[in-house]
Design a protein around this ligand. Structure first.
Ligand code: IMP
Length: 207
């Protein structure tokens, strides 16, 4: 689903693009997805921007909140990513709380274990899950656009592979046999929730 808040959002002109995220894994993926199109991706982490508290109830709401805060802080068009893992048997959890399930400091083995424990406690044999990504772009003149992508799959245990980030080692996309954690990053970038959202963004803002 693509949600365009602007009637006809402006084109995204190749140049400096602020990635409104402090997550190194996401910064790397956004660089890989945008730099081939002539963008120089700088991140909120590189610029030492403060990370706003994610107070919205949806991926789209939190993506907009982060992009607005970054755009206001430095006046550049800002791109943000809010994403997470939604597990069917857990009613969509951890969802927007995916990063928070890793605790502080972030420990994704702990987060994956928590998902596995919750699945066991649910008594459900359904191990289906999806990654969801909402990409928001906010321009200095206040225009905004949001694009969403999903990838469906199954959760495995124990975790496999040390590539990727977050919950990648427990997620096997539909039609695949290896986890995102075992997969060549280029292959993940071609099929991920983020790739689907980027594809929609490109078709609307870069066409
Ligand atoms: P947030 O969008 O910064 O709130 O964090 C989203 C969290 O979802 C990340 O910290 C990861 O744990 C998880 N996540 C999002 N995208 C991916 C992905 O592509 N692979 C694995 N985990 C992901």
């Amino acid at each position: 689903m693509a949600v365009n808040h602007a009637e006809s959002p402006p084109r995204l002109v190749p140049g400096r693009l602020l990635a409104a995220t402090h997550n190194k894994g996401k910064v790397e993926e956004l660089k890989a997805l945008f730099e081939p199109h002539g963008f120089n991706v700088v991140s909120a982490l590189d610029l030492g921007l403060e990370e706003p508290e994610e107070t919205e109830a949806t991926f789209t709401g939190n993506a907009l909140l982060k992009a607005r805060a970054a755009m206001r802080a430095c006046g550049l068009p800002a791109l943000s990513d809010d994403s997470g893992l939604a597990v069917t048997a857990l009613g969509g959890e951890p969802g927007i709380y995916s990063a928070r399930w890793a605790g502080e400091p972030r420990d994704f083995y702990r987060a994956m274990q928590r998902v596995e424990d919750a699945l066991k406690a649910s008594g459900s044999a359904d191990r289906s899950a999806k990654f969801v990504c909402a990409l928001a772009v906010v321009w200095p003149d206040g225009q905004e656009a949001v694009f969403e992508g999903e990838v469906h799959g199954q959760l495995v245990w124990p975790p496999r592979g040390d590539r990727g980030f977050g919950y990648d080692p427990v997620f096997v996309a539909t039609g695949e046999t290896i986890t995102f954690g075992e997969m060549d990053p280029e292959r993940k970038h071609a099929m991920s929730h983020r790739a689907e959202a980027v594809k929609k963004l490109r078709a609307t803002l870069l066409a």
